[in-house]
Design a protein around this ligand. Structure first.
Ligand code: ANZ
Ligand code: ZN
Length: 776
């Protein structure tokens, strides 16, 4: 019989589904629970090879941990709100819900072809009203505690999408989706007060078992700086501003301050307060305000203008000039700095260019100087963060409605909990209104509501939530996906959370991983959960690159590897094993068409070996040692997510089995080999396991144990020559006596062919190199 992955894979997938093998029980006596979390996918319509990398490899660990005796949950769901559905709706006149649900149905089929142990009975979809009821509920709880609020903010605005963009969605000043130049716009938005947790979000990173790169990205994102706010009195003021407050991280350099610089944004505020600058300053400010922050920060040549305003140095009372320059950013700190050109690079460049004094000074004791500043009443110690509050509202249709009602008398009022969920209404036209309001404003019947406070006619909020809100708590729902009374019961959460391991992409280092941490901390402080960090350990997997050029795969470049096609050619087991084999999981790497052929050949060799080389009577001591060592190595590899070395360990073992003398290996040893293979190639191993006469699934077998004693001895392969020609290779342990080696060598079937009926004239063992037999 030929190895036919298409046939056996379908067969076993059906069987596993029938036996509900992977529906996780809440608890199983004597077993520890383990929730292995991977990032739930967006239903874009098609599974790409990256999805396989993200799901099939952790599945190996899920299967391994099950065999090790854990009660493993390997959940799956869909992060199903978001812009692509809405854009497709506008472009192709389809309903976003239908578009999304069709994609989910298709991707579910594709995911099932992976042979992964997903627990579909726990599937979570963010678009399910029974899910987003709780997203809305959390918003209301946060609102009650002042963690959600509404305010006017400057936002990145894409004129084409007519929506607010997060900073990360703006690439070089353009919208990441349609490359449209992004503009700055002031509008009222719903916000989450994530800044209230800034310190905890930094400090609690230390205890997490996360990649250092991810922790560093979060620290930089939050950007905590310790320093002081210091006031500089304006000496010659002719308008309503009397002082300039600066933020500095180096109050110890205060005696070196030789001028003050304000940002164009602060200068603009001065203008509004009646400041009358010289024409050159006025022109400079107008020009600078058209530039984006990022652009300004990257400029290499310093520009600026003297404002003519003078301030007094707070310690020496010396008059210092005030300049306006665009290297000072309006949105950071106070938007003004004291310039210390002797110690700050940017200030020095500026001073050199404009001939401003550079003062070398003796540095002050930092603590002491802050104390003096506070005593004099001219400033105070201050912590500054780069982190801003999270703008959660979107002027779009396909998202969770924000459960608020606006009454002309009472202002914004929360929807009563008992009225949740606020269902997303159906629409015919999904285009945003030209004034930027959400398409929901067009659902006129839906918009009409009674004010929960005074009962008068009022209007529903028409903004929807950023999809990052949906994904900030989905993992909690897995613990109790059907609960209609709570987002999840404390008891069920206790059984699974916090998540012991979360596998995903490095692109989520900041936003998703930070937002989930914020949600967890807020829910903890509100008393709904018992843990304050969501993910104990984080693994960032690498990226699969295109064949040949090692570029990112993209449809436009035509270098995409289609997993369905690969499964059609080689079967899911080969695709899984090849992805595992490619390289370290954290690194990923280029797809190699030759590489996957190699893995396919390997699985074929295992199939062939099982057909003719497994004999019940075979009893090769050497092979037992090799398998014993492989049990240890593969187990340790899977413990450390070293999937690539696990595969090479199995391949090496296969080589040794094929080379084994004495007519193959015993069924017992081969079964052990299959168990080691099971997490990686679940279908093939299950098939061969059954062909050996076993009735229950290989995947419910305990992981093999190894014998420490057999490990001490190393084993090696020893070729046997008969009359100068190598006829076989046997496995030898380093402790074996010459007697044992001799009898094993002569017992080989392949050797016997050439020695039978003849007299052994010479028997020579060249240590660790070979055995030479001369017969005559
Ligand atoms: C005096 C000084 C002397 C400074 C020195 C640095 C070195 P981080 O660490 O990023 O918080 N700064 C403050 N606000 C700014 C703004 N809005 N735009 C541009 N620069 C600003 O940096 C804080 C330092 O960056 C502050 O400390 C200030 O310069 C500058 F030897 O004050 B320093
Ligand atoms: Zn009212």
């Amino acid at each position: 019989m030929k190895y036919d992955p298409q046939k056996i894979e379908k067969k076993w997938q059906k069987e596993w589904e029938k036996t509900t093998a992977y529906q996780t029980q809440q608890t199983v006596a004597g077993k520890e629970n383990y929730l292995l979390l991977t990032e739930f996918p967006y239903p874009s319509g098609n599974l790409h090879i990256g999805h396989w990398y993200a799901f099939a490899l952790p599945d190996m660990r899920a299967r391994y941990l099950r065999m090790k005796g854990y009660n493993v949950m390997y959940p799956i769901g869909f992060d199903a709100f978001g812009l692509p559905a809405e854009n497709a709706a506008i472009k192709n006149k389809v309903n976003p819900r239908e578009w999304t649900e069709q994609n989910i149905a298709y991707m579910t089929k594709q995911l099932q072809s992976m042979g992964a142990t997903f627990d579909w009975s726990r599937e979570v979809r963010t678009i399910d009203p029974e899910y987003y009821r709780w997203t809305q509920w959390m918003f209301l709880k946060f609102y009650e505690k002042g963690l959600a609020y509404r305010t006017k903010t400057t936002v990145n605005w894409c004129p084409k999408d007519k929506t607010v963009l997060a900073n990360e969605q703006v690439i070089n000043g353009r919208c990441e989706r349609d490359d449209e130049p992004v503009i700055q716009k002031e509008i009222e938005q719903w916000m989450f007060k994530i800044t209230e947790y800034a310190d905890k979000l930094v400090d609690d990173l230390d205890a997490l078992d996360w990649p250092e790169t991810t922790k560093l990205a979060q620290r930089n994102w939050i950007g905590r700086s310790e320093g002081a706010l210091i006031n500089f009195k304006i000496q010659n003021t002719s308008f309503s501003v009397s002082d300039i407050e600066v933020f500095t991280t180096r109050p110890d350099t205060i005696y070196g301050a030789t001028f003050v610089v304000i940002s164009p944004e602060l200068a603009q505020k001065w203008l509004e307060s009646g400041w009358k600058p010289a024409p050159d300053a006025d022109a400079y400010i107008k020009e600078a305000l058209t530039k984006r922050t990022l652009e300004r920060e990257m400029e290499t040549v310093k520009t600026g203008v003297d404002t003519g305003v003078r301030v007094a140095h707070p310690f020496t009372n010396e008059p210092l000039p005030v300049w306006v320059a665009d290297y000072v950013i309006g949105s950071y700190g106070t938007g003004a700095i004291m310039a210390v050109p002797a110690y700050d690079e940017r200030d020095r460049e500026f001073a050199q260019k404009f001939n401003l004094p550079i003062n070398e000074i003796k540095l002050e004791d930092m603590k002491k100087i802050v104390g003096e500043i506070e005593q004099k009443g001219i400033g105070k110690a201050h912590r500054q963060y780069r982190l801003h509050d999270w703008v959660l509202s979107r002027q779009r249709y396909w998202g969770v409605p924000i459960p608020m009602i606006r009454c002309t008398m009472c202002g914004y009022q929360p929807v009563p909990e008992s009225d949740l969920p606020v269902l997303l209404p159906d629409l015919d036209d999904f285009k945003p209104a030209d004034d930027g309001r959400s398409p929901l404003a067009k659902a006129t019947d839906w918009v009409k509501a009674k004010c929960p406070k005074c009962g008068m006619n009022a209007e529903r909020e028409t903004d929807t939530m950023d999809t990052f809100v949906d994904s900030s708590w989905y993992f909690m729902r897995y613990a109790d996906p059907k609960n209609s009374k709570e987002f999840a019961s404390k008891e069920n959460m206790k059984a699974w959370l916090p998540v012991p391991m979360y596998v995903g992409g490095a692109e989520h280092n900041t936003m998703h991983l930070l937002y989930s941490r914020f949600f967890t901390k807020a829910l903890h402080d509100l008393g709904y959960i018992d843990f304050s960090e969501p993910f104990a350990r984080r693994i960032n997997h690498g990226v699969i690159l295109a064949p040949n050029d090692s570029q990112k795969m993209s449809k436009s470049k035509g270098n995409v590897v289609d997993p369905d096609e690969q499964v059609g050619l080689f079967g899911a087991d080969t695709v899984r094993m090849y992805l595992a084999f490619m390289g370290p999981y954290e690194q990923g790497g280029p797809w190699d068409p030759k590489g996957i052929h190699g893995v396919y050949r390997c699985l074929n060799r295992i199939w062939k070996f099982a057909e003719s080389n497994v004999s019940p009577s075979s009893n090769d001591q050497g092979m037992a040692k090799i398998i014993n060592k492989t049990v240890k190595d593969v187990g340790e590899d899977l413990d450390d997510l070293k999937f690539n070395t696990a595969v090479s360990g199995l391949m090496k073992c296969l080589n040794d089995m094929e080379a084994a003398g004495g007519g193959g290996v015993s069924a017992k040893l081969f079964e052990t080999f299959l168990k080691l293979l099971a997490p990686l190639a679940p279908h093939l191993s299950e098939e061969l396991w059954h062909q050996l006469g076993n009735k229950d699934s290989i995947h419910s077998q305990p992981w093999p144990k190894y014998d420490e004693k057999l490990l001490i001895e190393d084993v090696y392969r020893l070729p046997i020559q008969v009359n100068g020609k190598v006829r076989d290779t046997i496995t030898v342990g380093s402790q074996d006596t010459e007697e044992t080696i001799k009898s094993n060598a002569l017992a080989s079937e392949k050797v016997k062919k050439f020695t039978d009926g003849k007299e052994v004239q010479k028997f020579l063992i060249i240590k660790r190199k070979m055995v030479s037999i001369v017969v005559g």
